[in-house]
Design a protein. Structure first.
Length: 114
């Protein structure tokens, strides 16, 4: 996976066909591709998998904010939003129509400190 991301970052900047083909490879070998985003020509991939894999990805995304917020708050945030549905197929945050971790954390922080 890391090798594919590196290829995309180095060679895919001006080649949309390469990007499309690599996305298909990732989808085929790593499960359903949930999202990818382009920021200043750097691609960030978030791929599917079983609930455990997605839980790890979600936790790692939250940990990116550990310099800004206390770890205890991040753990509570994770515990709240990673609650699974009764059938165990989705987490609470995955059922939301929109979900930006940074904005949700800012709101969570503001409510705790008001």
């Amino acid at each position: 996976m890391e090798e594919l991301i590196q290829i995309i970052q180095e060679k895919g900047k001006d080649n949309p066909v390469l990007i499309k083909n690599l996305l298909l490879i990732i989808k085929k070998h790593y499960g359903t591709l949930r999202a990818y985003e382009l920021k200043d020509r750097n691609y960030k991939f978030i791929y599917g998998g079983d609930i455990h894999d997605r839980e790890i990805i979600f936790w790692n995304d939250i940990l990116a904010y550990q310099k800004k917020y206390p770890i205890k708050m991040l753990e509570r945030f994770f515990n709240w939003w990673s609650e699974k549905t009764l059938d165990g197929k989705k987490m609470k945050w995955e059922r939301e129509k929109t979900f930006e971790i940074g904005k949700r954390l800012a709101t969570w922080w503001a409510k705790q400190n008001s």
